[in-house]
Design a protein around this ligand. Structure first.
Ligand SMILES: C[S@@+](CC[C@H](N)C(=O)[O-])C[C@H]1O[C@@H](n2cnc3c(N)ncnc32)[C@H](O)[C@@H]1O
Length: 320
């Protein structure tokens, strides 16, 4: 595990006046932190003794550390759940082909957003593995404090503090249908206070490629045998029918965005190229085809169709 785990393990859990000390003890025991009684102390007094403090109130929880306060929340995932309730298909659900009843292991739980969306779709338990104690405790606290429509799926997310490599090795065959992987490869562009929290505590031990390799390796031990590539393995295995890898989705999104940006820029450039002969000659019809060759409409239609197909293929291609 990474070195900042030591700092994480020195963080403590306590309560606000409205909080329940039994919950603080439960969280501390479950995720390897210490529960400290509040005893009327201010946050400032506690921060003199501990590097990080998770303060549990009845309706909210806050993590104080490094001069910052992080309100426990699942970020945008609550909105994703609301949209899913209205019938919209979340990208995670589409890309991981999640179905009701699927047994899902989120091997990189983080702030629990993807696990929550998965629990909403599958209607059954999702096991979320997180190696960092502070993130595990923070996410547990956030999931237990969601507004109305998030509560039910949140109850189905089991937050486990473990390294997923060790956890997977200990699982019997056919334990999960789908394994979700979202390693710490986020770029600085993913700003926002909670990504800051993930960046400072998250386990950066395995990059996206190594993480997929190590997961596939753990799964191979119970696999039917073939190990050609991730896609092939994920179809052949007993333990997980599918491996969803967030890097694939990011790559697809990036390809699609790049292609669309290219089209927009290309259109602007074409406008300039067309304007040059018109301005140079002073004739608006300088580029017009002779009457016998008036097939521009059909040609345009074919080119637009081909571009639309290329755009679709670029954006939706799966990369194993
Ligand atoms: C990018 S975040 C995941 C975000 C998550 N999908 C969400 O919706 O909030 C990656 C998380 O995986 C955790 N992680 C990285 N390697 C791990 C491992 N080997 N075992 C368990 N957790 C791990 C990191 O600590 C981090 O919290």
């Amino acid at each position: 595990m990474k070195s900042s785990t030591t700092r994480s393990e020195r963080a403590v859990v306590t309560t606000a006046p409205s909080g329940d000390p039994a919950e603080a003890r439960h969280i501390a025991d479950a995720y390897g932190l210490e529960a400290v009684p509040r005893d009327g102390r201010t946050i400032e007094q506690l921060l003199e003794a501990y590097p990080g403090i998770l303060v549990l109130g009845s309706r909210r929880a806050d993590l104080y550390e490094n001069g910052r306060t992080y309100r426990a929340s699942v970020g945008m995932a609550f909105l994703r759940v609301l949209r899913a309730r209205k019938g919209e298909i979340d990208p995670l659900v589409r890309h991981a082909s999640l179905e009701p009843g699927d047994a899902v292991l989120d091997a990189t739980l983080g702030l629990g957003g993807d696990a929550l969306v998965a629990a909403q779709t599958t209607g059954t338990k999702v096991v979320g593995i997180e190696s960092d104690p502070v993130i595990a405790a923070f996410t547990y606290a956030a999931l237990r404090r969601l507004p109305k429509h998030g509560r039910e799926p949140a109850r189905r997310v089991e937050v486990v503090r473990a390294d997923h490599r060790a956890f997977l090795k200990a699982q019997p065959d056919a334990s999960f249908d789908v394994v979700l992987l979202d390693p710490m490869f986020r770029r600085a562009g993913d700003a926002g206070p909670l990504f800051e929290l993930l960046r400072s505590h998250g386990d950066h031990g395995l990059g996206p490629v190594d993480m997929v390799r190590s997961i596939v390796k753990s799964i191979e031990m119970r696999a039917a045998g073939e190990t050609r590539n991730v896609a092939a393995v994920s179809r052949a295995i007993n333990t997980a029918r599918r491996v969803y890898h967030a890097a694939d989705v990011e790559r697809q999104n990036r390809n699609g965005t790049l292609f669309a940006a290219g089209l927009i820029t290309g259109e602007a450039l074409m406008g300039i190229v067309i304007a040059i002969p018109i301005v140079a000659t002073g004739r608006a019809d300088v580029l017009a085809l002779p009457a016998a060759l008036q097939f521009g409409g059909w040609l345009g239609l074919i080119i637009v169709g081909a571009l639309a197909w290329l755009l679709y293929r670029t954006g939706s291609r799966r990369t194993a």
